[in-house]
Ligand binder design. Structure first.
Ligand code: F6R
Length: 608
């Protein structure tokens, strides 16, 4: 949610840190700050608001030095003010800390420190860390950090510098991602690889409990008892172009337009045309083991939960295995029936969502086998799951998820195909699905080539205050996803419903001011959807229909139509979601919203 960058080397830290923050701004963006060792001590600059505010402060009052830490914040404890922005500094001014996560016992720690005479200047939980480190500091910064962390309950990714040991940078992780970037005589710390990708691709992902001690000559990773740990170096295969906007107005638009390629990447090398199945290398399960499961739980949050809903339907439909789909945030606190014959599929773009991670751990604890469908390589869910499939969608920077959704559904379809062919699905039907998947990237491109039609539609509806999205079967989750995209970036109230449920309540909302988006491709429930369109039209609702062919049954019933190419029922959500992403995007832009950084949101929700 928040972002951390740290640097130690011989270059000017301030510029490198701000550049890193810019690349992390998508993760949280209500305030930012840097701390740099300036030769005499730790110097701090902070600003409420976006990174540009911090840049203005730094250009008015530059700091020079080549060791520093920086942070972009998404407020948890305390308002998004300059005072609450990180870095936080110890009372004697010698220690500066940036922190992602939540210190759960900050209140008793604060009282304890206050009783010892420590004065607090912010409302944050993080400030206790700075004071705890000062209090524990004898002659080693890393030891002081360890002592401080041993008193803390909660989650953290932290970076710490101190003027008492000015050529050192400490990083520590528990429950909040952190990595070290390796350069020549210089080292980086970051919560997300995009912050440092311009400088190095060699990274070491820290594990929970790790404390990294960096200086210009190298790094050591210690555990809580100061024992040295070995961690492997990974090479990041994302390139810089992928984390830049290119010629696009927004990351979200770029990512929507990347979908033909990203879907192709999800499928690359995984489709077996002759046998009508898929192969997935990372499952770590033999076919015999796969056949042992007697139920599947899919768990995720937000857009990824919508993918899970579609995946659950596919798995029951094709693989004929009982499937449940759970919000990760609910699953973790229920008493779910999970056994050693349960396969728990965990879906997450970032691989760091706190609720999803906790749900996965809970499922594991109850004996389930866990499988991650994840985008970010090396993320915690990817590393802690028993196996899984990367979706290979490349970095998703726009806060509203688009290309990750289409790739998640594609990956779930690949897995369904594999399991279904092992269980009951015929090779003929398998080959039909493989063929539909091969056609998919070009079909998505066909939709994107007609983006101007959607833009015109957005012009018509940009002033609406409410929207309903209705679909049935595989496209009920598409309706939920369409509504979520619109509300999160345009701030228009939008609801998704199974179309037939409308008459049990939401139909009361319909009048001539209510746009209703029907996802109505020619699938097995099309006739049923037509009846629901009639019900809306009879109440003068404005009907926008996503169809797949000229439909006489809809004549006179729809006000606006956008056609997607024809495909199998279970592939329609991938195609139908693309015009809905575009609709949300164009409406939001026309309303003047900050599409890539919508208010109150953050990419990757690493707190509960
Ligand atoms: C919506 C969106 C969020 C995420 C959710 C889960 O556009 O992006 O709803 O889908 O926060 O995030 P991941 O997939 O990273 O676990």
């Amino acid at each position: 949610m928040c972002g951390i960058v740290g640097y130690i080397g011989d270059k000017g830290a301030s510029a490198l840190l701000v550049e890193g923050l810019r690349r992390l701004e998508y993760r949280g963006y209500d305030s930012a700050g840097v701390a740099v060792m300036n030769g005499n001590g730790v110097e701090i600059r902070k600003a409420a608001g976006k990174i540009s505010k911090l840049e203005a402060v730094l250009s008015a009052m530059p700091i020079s030095g080549n060791v520093g830490i920086a942070h972009t914040r998404w407020a948890t404890h305390g308002a998004p003010t300059e005072c609450n922005a990180h870095p936080h500094v110890s009372m004697d001014g010698t220690v500066a800390v940036v922190h992602n996560g939540i210190i759960e016992n900050f209140s008793p720690l604060r009282s304890k420190l206050q009783a010892l005479g420590y004065k607090f200047v912010s409302e944050t939980d993080t400030e206790v860390l700075a004071h705890l480190i000062q209090a524990a500091y004898e002659d080693s910064l890393e030891q002081a950090v360890m002592d401080a962390l041993s008193q803390v309950e909660g989650t953290y990714g932290i970076a710490v510098i101190s003027s008492r040991d000015p050529n050192k940078l400490i990083a520590a992780r528990k429950g909040s991602p952190l990595l070290i970037g390796l350069g020549e005589g210089e080292y980086y710390v970051a919560s997300d690889v995009s912050a440092i990708l311009a400088h190095t691709r060699q990274v070491v992902y820290l594990d929970d409990g790790d404390i990294a001690v960096l200086d210009r000559n190298g790094y050591r990773i210690l555990d809580n008892d100061a024992r040295e740990m070995l961690r492997s170096v990974s090479k990041v295969d994302w390139d810089l172009g992928q984390i830049e906007r290119g010629g696009y107005a927004h990351f979200m638009l770029k990512e929507i337009f990347e979908q033909p390629q990203t879907i192709e990447n999800t499928m690359r090398g995984r489709l077996l045309d002759d046998t009508g199945t898929a192969k997935l290398g990372g499952l770590n399960l033999t076919d015999e083991e796969l056949l042992r499961f007697d139920n599947i739980v899919l768990t995720a949050c937000g857009t990824s939960w919508h993918s899970a809903l579609i995946g659950g339907m596919m798995l029951e439909d094709l693989a004929r295995i009982p499937t449940k789909v759970e919000y990760a945030s609910e699953f973790r606190y229920r008493n779910p029936v999970v056994t050693d014959r349960t396969l728990c599929i965990v879906i997450s773009q970032s691989g760091e969502t706190a609720d999803t991670l906790a749900a996965m751990r809970e499922a594991k604890h109850r004996g389930a086998r866990t499988m991650g469908i994840v985008n970010v390589v090396g993320s915690t869910i990817a590393r802690e799951s028993d196996g899984g499939s990367y979706i290979h969608a490349g970095p998703e920077i726009g806060v509203a998820s688009t290309k990750a959704f289409s790739s998640q559904v594609t990956a779930l379809l690949l897995f369904t195909l594999k399991l279904a062919r092992l269980r009951a699905l015929s090779p003929v039907r398998g080959r039909e699905i493989v063929e539909a998947l091969h056609a998919l990237p070009a079909q998505v491109q066909n939709i994107l080539d007609r983006a101007d039609e959607i833009e015109a539609l957005a012009e018509e509806f940009k002033r609406a205050s409410n929207f309903l999205y209705l679909g049935r079967g595989y496209n009920f989750p598409t309706a939920l996803e369409g509504a979520l995209k619109l509300k999160e970036i345009s701030y228009i109230h939008a609801e998704g419903y199974p179309a037939a449920e409308m008459k049990h309540g939401p139909i009361a909302l319909i009048d001539e001011m209510m746009p209703v988006v029907f996802i109505a491709p020619h699938d097995s429930v099309f006739e049923k959807v037509v009846s629901n369109v009639q019900e809306v039209k009879a109440r003068k609702g404005k009907v926008i229909a996503i169809t797949s062919r000229p439909e006489p049954a809809l004549e006179g019933l729809i006000d606006y139509e956008f056609r997607i190419p024809e495909t199998l029922d279970l592939v329609t959500p991938i195609l139908a979601s693309v015009p809905l992403q575009l609709l949300a995007y164009f409406i939001a832009v026309k309303r003047g919203s900050n599409v890539d950084q919508p208010r109150n949101l953050a990419k990757s929700v690493t707190v509960e």
